[in-house]
Design a binder for this molecule. Structure first.
Ligand code: SAM
Ligand code: SF4
Length: 329
């Protein structure tokens, strides 16, 4: 088990497999001026497996694939299969916009994927289009249905609350989640990368308190659920007499750095030490010079040792080098 210098046990690895995406959500990716990691620079499926094996060897048990949009990676099923087959892995999940799931949900579930988080900010088709700029609500609904049919349950819905884009729809998202036994998580905007998306994240920020008030006004009082895991970033609630879970992820108004258990791996082979900070440690050099699992584990142990704590989101300060799609949310 790896503990960092603040005593936090780090045992959850989020793996970004690609920085490309088929959408352009306003708070995540600009429409122009993007450059993506060239394919030869992306970690291969075998290299990702070697990092995962190294992580397992030092006590990591939970893995999440993300991006960019992970389903754009042609060898995604192979990547899931390689990680899920490692002895000691308890949980392989994925964060996705779900658009490509009608084709992929079955093969991913067969390969060992357990659960998905799907990003849906509103069920109003016009407003969703304004947020995502490409893709449609219909496509996302078909993706979620395919995931449920393949057994990828319970589906978690990630709803990033953005003023004037979807803040008026949060109670509707919560109601639909309860009706369909989904777990909805309302996320505060984070300004990452210093560009256009970061500026919008600052100007359109909505605090959890306001989102919660809107939901309670429509659905009734929220009843706190006990925390299953101390490191869960989501504070979870239910509504009396209904199924489903409503959670809030509030990195700005209620930071959860003290219980962070995460390490991140970027698609180009760097350990990103904290979502809200630019510090990274290269692991690709070791992978590409033939490093064995133990050598990779040594880099991971150094990365954990360097993990910072605390952030300055409230002052609008976070990463400058990398945006959300380049780190993996
Ligand atoms: N493409 C996938 C998706 O959208 O679910 C996976 C990658 S995306 C970067 C992961 C999560 O980060 C999504 O739930 C997305 O809504 C969230 N996200 C992106 N930009 C954000 C921002 N500026 N603040 C808060 N959450 C953000
Ligand atoms: Fe793509 Fe996800 Fe970013 Fe939206 S939030 S642009 S779907 S990576």
């Amino acid at each position: 088990m790896l503990k960092d210098r603040f005593g936090r046990q780090i045992d959850y690895l989020r793996i970004s497999v690609i920085d490309h995406c088929n959408l352009r959500c306003v708070y995540c990716m600009p429409l122009r001026g993007l450059s993506f990691i060239p394919s030869p620079e992306l970690l291969t499926a075998e290299e990702i497996e070697r990092v995962a094996a190294a992580a397992v060897s030092v006590g990591f048990r939970k893995f999440r694939l993300t991006g960019g949009e992970p389903t754009l990676r042609p060898d995604l099923v192979e990547i899931v299969g390689r990680i899920a087959a490692l002895p000691g892995v308890d949980d392989v999940s994925m964060t996705t916009n779900a658009i490509l799931l009608p084709r992929l949900a079955g093969p991913l579930a067969d390969a060992g994927l357990g659960r998905i988080n799907v990003h849906v900010d509103t069920f109003n088709p016009e407003r969703l289009k304004k947020v995502m700029r490409f893709g449609t609500l219909d496509e996302i609904e078909r993706g979620i249905a395919a995931a449920e049919a393949a057994g990828l349950r319970p589906v978690k819905i990630n709803c990033v609350v953005t003023r004037d884009y979807n803040d008026m729809d949060v109670a509707d998202v919560a109601r639909r989640a309860l009706e369909r036994d989904w777990h909805a998580r309302f996320i505060e905007l984070m300004p990452l990368g210093g560009g256009e998306a970061a500026r919008l994240s600052l100007s359109q920020f909505v605090p959890t308190r306001e989102t919660r008030e809107r939901i309670e006004a429509a659905l009734g009082p929220l009843v706190a659920l006990p925390r299953v895991q101390a490191a869960d970033e989501s504070r979870n609630y239910r509504v009396e007499g209904r199924r489903g879970v409503i959670g809030f992820i509030s990195p700005v108004s209620e930071p959860y750095c003290g219980t962070c258990n995460r390490m991140r791996l970027t698609a180009d082979g760097r350990f990103h030490l904290c979502l809200l900070n630019d510090d990274e440690l290269d692991v690709k050099k070791v992978l590409r010079s033939g490093g064995a699992v133990a050598d990779v584990a040594a880099v991971l142990a150094r990365a954990v040792g360097l993990k910072p704590t605390g952030h300055r989101l409230e002052e609008g300060i976070s990463t400058e080098e990398r945006s959300m799609f380049q780190i993996g949310g």
